[in-house]
Ligand binder design. Structure first.
Ligand code: NOJ
Length: 487
């Protein structure tokens, strides 16, 4: 993408060759002395200086304390308390009790050497009714968390909406009024926290709180609406983002950076040839049309409007001026690839189906294709040239077992992470503007419809005692951070 120095070039040749399993003559890239990992030794897998390493969590998944500090109910409280909605009837009532144990959790981050922490704010802690007067006790809680992070030299990256919509907002995302209420909430957070928080993400994963909640009914609020209503819900989601960007900028106390955390479909060319790479890029634009493409291009593209026809969302004047607001960074949550090949279909691409033998992690939807980290960055950059990017989530579930000695040997998670971070390194080595990586997750937590049955943490949580135990993956990640390279 950019002119590479010889050294960078050598590194990317080495990395690409290693990934492809090709052996490249050592002299083609090695400038190093003896093997080792002292500060001067260039392993070829080191990240640029200043690259930020962190972990991510979300309020409803870790906090518990759902009735404390004046918090109002969210749609996830209502949904998870409805029989038959979550695995085992699990709820976020207690979760990891981070509401009380946040200092311990900040200490876990500190032990890792993490420089950043992506956390979310629970809207119904701040506005128990969704709007009106802010709740001082809710704000106080986040003030304490943020102060604790800053005292330990960890930079907070704050997500404003990670699915815990106040249940009091009538119609939820079916109502345009919810997007407006979100803008007021975003303005309030910017006024209250921007003296200390400088990085904000408006929303997390549009398709999960729109399609899964209002079309498939698998997530809160559990509705199964028709296409016209669903497209309108999606529109209200991206409108909230756009109004939120404007509200944060208008109310922040100083310069802040605003972006989002989006689970864009990551299109990976089935073979790295020009034709399949082109197909993957076209597929990226089309498959993300209602969300990221709309934000980055400030419109619904013609293909999306043609496809939705009479079911296209109602757009009011000015909506896209907000939705298309230029962003300081684009954050992508990446877990899994969608393999694409060039074809003579209408749009010139086809989605590969995966054979039954294709490997996956403990959650069946996490099929393994670590090059998704590289292509997730490259496709977005080649299409829309964002100023900066972050991996705002990456990680996996694993069938973790706590030994009597208090250890968890999650070598499969280490395998997953090591491979993904290797491909992340390729993107950095090629000069794409990738600034940081947030591992999902700091600790096991409430995995939505899967309840507590799927563990994503690098710290094991014993849900009976709430005690946290570092897993092998935590030890491994600490070493990645310490050396700023793939280990
Ligand atoms: C995406 C979501 O943002 C997060 O809440 C969830 O737990 C992880 N991915 C794993 O599914």
């Amino acid at each position: 993408m950019k002119d590479l120095t010889r050294r960078q070039f050598g590194r990317s040749v080495a990395a690409a060759a290693a990934l492809a399993g090709i052996s490249v003559p050592r002299f083609a890239f090695s400038q190093s002395g003896p093997a080792g990992h002292d500060a001067d030794h260039d392993s070829g897998r080191r990240f640029p200086e200043g690259f930020l390493w962190g972990c991510a969590t979300a309020s409803y998944q870790i906090e518990g304390g759902v009735k404390e500090g004046g918090r109002g109910p969210s749609v996830w409280d209502v949904f998870s308390h409805t029989p038959g909605t979550t695995h085992n009837g699990d709820t976020g009532d207690v979760a990891d009790d981070s509401y009380h144990l946040y200092k311990e959790d900040v200490q876990l981050l500190k032990n890792l050497g993490a420089q950043t922490y992506r956390m979310s704010i629970s809207w119904p802690r701040i506005f128990p009714e969704g709007k009106g007067q802010p709740n001082a006790a809710g704000l106080d809680y986040y003030n304490r968390v943020i102060d604790e992070l800053l005292a330990k030299n960890i930079t907070p990256y704050v997500t404003l909406f990670h699915w815990d919509l106040p249940a009091a907002l009538k119609g939820g995302w079916q109502s345009r009024a919810t997007s407006l209420a979100y803008a007021d909430y975003a303005a309030c957070i910017a006024r209250q926290l921007s003296d200390r928080v400088k990085h904000f993400m408006t929303t997390n994963e549009f398709s999960c709180f729109t399609d899964l909640g209002y079309q498939e009914g698998r997530f809160a609020p559990g509705l199964k609406l028709g296409p016209k209503d669903v497209n309108q819900v999606r529109h209200h989601g991206i409108l909230a983002h756009g109004l939120g960007v404007q509200a944060i900028r208008a109310n922040a106390k100083g310069p802040v950076e605003v972006g989002l955390a989006e689970n864009a479909t990551v299109c990976v060319p089935v073979i790295e040839t020009e034709e399949h790479i082109g197909a993957a890029q076209r597929a990226t634009r089309l498959m993300n049309a209602p969300f990221l493409t709309a934000l980055m291009e400030g419109k619904y593209i013609d293909e999306y409007l043609a496809q939705t026809g009479a079911n296209a969302p109602r757009v009011e004047p000015g909506d896209f001026a907000a939705i298309g607001s230029p962003l300081d960074f684009v954050g992508v949550n990446i877990y899994t690839p969608t393999y694409i090949r060039a074809s003579d279909s209408k749009f010139g691409y086809a989605v590969e189906t995966l054979p039954a033998s294709y490997p996956h992690m403990a959650s069946p939807w996490i099929v393994i294709g670590p090059e998704c980290l590289y292509w997730g960055i490259r496709n977005v950059c080649d299409l829309w040239r964002p100023k900066a990017m972050y991996i705002t989530e990456n990680g996996c579930s694993s069938d973790d077992v706590l030994t009597p000695e208090g250890q968890v040997n999650d070598i499969d998670r280490v395998m997953y992470l090591r491979n993904h971070i290797t491909h992340l390194h390729r993107a950095a080595a090629e000069g794409y503007p990738i600034k940081g990586y947030f591992l999902w997750s700091l600790l096991d937590n409430f995995e939505w419809g899967d309840g507590y049955s799927k563990r994503f943490g690098i710290h094991y949580v014993d849900y009976k005692t709430l005690k946290r135990y570092p897993k092998l993956s935590a030890e491994w990640y600490r070493e990645v951070i310490r050396r700023n390279e793939v280990v």
